[in-house]
Design a protein around this ligand. Structure first.
Ligand code: NAD
Length: 297
């Protein structure tokens, strides 16, 4: 029973997540360093706050949806940060896609304050956030997950327990690494076939009824004009940005190095998306990998 919910980081994902919490009757206090993000949600009925401590002071549960490691660590540990003003017994859920070590660092610090921390990254993208159909991948204590599950189901349709602290993020990073690799694989196969003279639609049909079939070929094909309503058919606008997949593959790379696990394909994919990002494709959907591989003038 959470009467007061705090939400920090109200961008592309945070905004619709807050809207869904309010639709289900929750009172939400919000903070973002960008004032316009707070104002937008205030108009929709949220309580706008001008600092982290204002959000956290009397919240029973605090969600964070921030860009990357540094933002999450700072928001928790800085002067005036979450850990300074969190209420005893509160639940703290970070849904950002960050390094699993962020969760492993913050969970014991939260415990010292009498609060319970969970990592709860999401899949489903902005479309899932708007529709309230996100999947939450949870790392931490299972009991704690059960307590917050009804709240998370206001924003998502699935809450999956992945194991101890950091394991929600491990699941998220493993999936995104595979997505990054498979998108490059499909782009490469489509480009080879088309350059050799195949009709793109026929080639896509063959892939999708053969052993090469995957989400990137079937639901999100990177060749423009083959599927309606996907970013590749809309100049690679919207969707899942190259800069974000490069960030996620960077996390995969860093945890792989620390743990000594080889990820040759993930490492290669990381470098490819990093180059695309530096070539001004950072805001384009990751399916733009097809255009990059085509090497057309
Ligand atoms: P975003 O950049 O749109 O939103 C992040 C928000 O955090 C911004 O509004 C920014 O102003 C705010 N912010 C930054 N530093 C802050 C601070 N110190 N205090 C308060 N607010 C601060 O990003 P997004 O697309 O909403 O993604 C958020 C996280 O979710 C990322 O880790 C991303 O990888 C992950 N994610 C994104 C998607 C997607 O499709 N966009 C899908 C799944 C997961």
């Amino acid at each position: 029973n959470f009467s007061k919910v705090g939400f920090i980081g109200c961008g592309n994902m945070g905004n619709p997540m807050v809207q869904n919490l309010m639709k289900k009757g929750h009172k939400v206090s919000v903070f973002d360093v960008k004032k316009s993000c707070v104002a937008d949600l205030q108009k929709a009925g949220a309580t706008g706050c001008s600092s982290v401590s204002e959000v956290v002071a009397d919240a029973d549960v605090v969600l964070t949806m921030l860009p990357a490691n540094k933002h999450v660590l700072d928001t928790y540990t800085m002067k005036g940060g979450i850990l300074e003003s969190v209420k005893k017994g509160a639940y703290l859920i970070d849904s950002s896609t960050v390094d699993p070590s962020v969760s492993q660092t913050l969970a014991p610090l939260a415990k010292e304050k009498g609060a319970t921390y969970l990592d709860g990254p999401v899949s489903g993208g902005t479309i899932g956030a708007e529709a309230g159909t996100l999947t939450f991948m949870i790392g931490g204590e299972e009991e704690a997950m059960k307590k917050v599950e009804p709240l998370l189901l206001c924003m998502g349709s699935r809450v999956v327990y992945c194991g101890k602290h950091g394991m929600g993020l491990v699941a998220k990073i493993a999936n995104n690494m595979l997505l990054g690799i498979s998108m490059l694989g499909v782009s490469e196969a489509m480009n080879l076939g088309i350059k050799l003279g195949m009709d793109p639609k026929t080639l896509m049909g063959i892939l999708n009824t053969s052993t090469g079939r995957c989400w990137s070929s079937e639901m999100y094909n990177p060749v423009p004009g083959l599927l309606p309503h996907v970013p590749s058919s809309n100049d690679y606008k919207g969707g899942f940005g190259v800069a974000l997949i490069a960030k996620d593959l960077g996390i995969a790379q860093s945890v792989a190095i620390q743990s000594g696990v080889p990820i040759p394909m993930g490492a290669q994919a990381h470098q490819m998306y990093k180059i695309m990002e530096l070539k001004d494709m950072g805001n384009k959907d990751l399916a733009v990998a097809y255009q990059y591989l085509k090497c057309d003038k």
